[in-house]
Design a protein around this ligand. Sequence first.
Ligand SMILES: Nc1ncnc2c1ncn2[C@@H]1O[C@H](COP(=O)(O)OP(=O)(O)OP(=O)(O)O)[C@@H](O)[C@H]1O
Length: 459
Amino acid sequence: MKSKTKRVDVHVRIRPRVGDELDRDDPELIFEMPTPTPKATLIVETPATEADEVEYVEVLGFTVPKSKPKRRKTYRHFASIQNDVPNGDFYDVAVAPLVAQALSGRTACCFAYGHTGSGKTHTILGYGSERGMYDLATAQLFAALDELNERNTIPADALKVQVRFNEIYNGEVYDLLNDSAKCFVREDAHGKIQIRGELMTDEETGLMKPTSSATRVASSAGELWDIVATGMAARSTGNSNVHRASSRSHALLELEIVSDRVLALRSNVIEVEAALTRTGHERDTLEMDIFVRQHDKVEGKWVKKADARGATQEECSLLLTLRKELVQLDKAIEAAHAAVVAAQTDGVSCLCGALVFVDLAGSEHAGSVGDGIVKTETEQQECREINKSLSALKACFRSHSKNLSSAACYRNSKLTLLLRDHFRATNAKTMMVATISPSSVHAVQTTHTLQYAQLVGET
Ligand SMILES: Nc1ncnc2c1ncn2[C@@H]1O[C@H](COP(=O)(O)OP(=O)(O)OP(=O)(O)O)[C@@H](O)[C@H]1O
């Protein structure tokens, strides 16, 4: 049986002219929408300029006809085109279905792509009285959770929302809920992507162990807003040793429906895994001590001593105990994982539903490494990283829509690695909003955004 394709719904959002565009009275691009949703087409026409009237030009002393610029361009494969609509209307069309998806226990991702100033932040996070997508989404989410919680009598099963808020800048991941601390992304023994903090010394054992990246839990939309506001403040200020502009970083806000029961069981998994690491380290150290005692290093190679004595009885019995403990711990990890899965599947159907909002770096930074504008070493590196992550994202959209199980494309950037489990979650839904300005001053960036959006929409 042919599997269903998982297309990315791409919505184009055209904002009104704002700020300088109004002050300068920028000429507007002309938009035509000949085909309505669900397979919308957008024709963009740049207004004629005085230069268009020039018919001939001098080239190397010859007078030749001037080639006419292509003023009309057509872009296809969009789910909808929203021209000058308020956030609430855009939400109803593009984001409300994602919330329904999360409330059915599945995953939904929303990406905002466009050049700096095109309206990504206005869309995702909102401005003033214009509530952003995540705010409108969490209001809808909590309205549903509150209703379910009213019927629930067991406190440990009360539904809440767990928040993680990370920023990816120059190929590194920062934790916006932990003072922009640097994080590390790795795959755990069960193939799940984990975000970990810096290594810390465990006071009990003296061993270095990674701290988990910060998550916060909100029981109401108001609490969630406060958590996100903390992250947004961290994003705009950065930390003392990293100065980054938000337009040159990707921000990833992950919201997951959880209960205290599920969180306790997950933290039990982390505890048992830590115990396994500790015991494994103890066994390895003892085995190494015995080995080193029995061998000499000759010309870089270990050679067994002629008079090497075996392990003492005490060491043998300790090794036996440690090996038995490791077998027990392996079983305990399996059981702990099974308990998490059982709690997640036995609970209400919305449990573990997730909503992910991604405010991507300004698209003008992609493809602009060699655009002729003088850039510092750091700026060139930033452009390379943005290019890399946005190309990897496009490849992953393609692989996702074609139901390819290949994990390789996700490894090509931190952004896609962080998103991998969300993309590959069962029946995950993905939506991208391509934000554009109507000002012809931004025509080049608008063309770039629409080309990328079309490629994503046609995958
Ligand atoms: N749909 C809209 N309606 C009215 N004003 C808008 C709309 N979209 C954006 N704006 C305004 O345009 C300006 C730039 O928008 P915004 O900051 O969201 O851009 P951005 O793409 O997020 O830029 P950056 O990459 O710097 O974060 C803001 O003043 C914002 O309020």
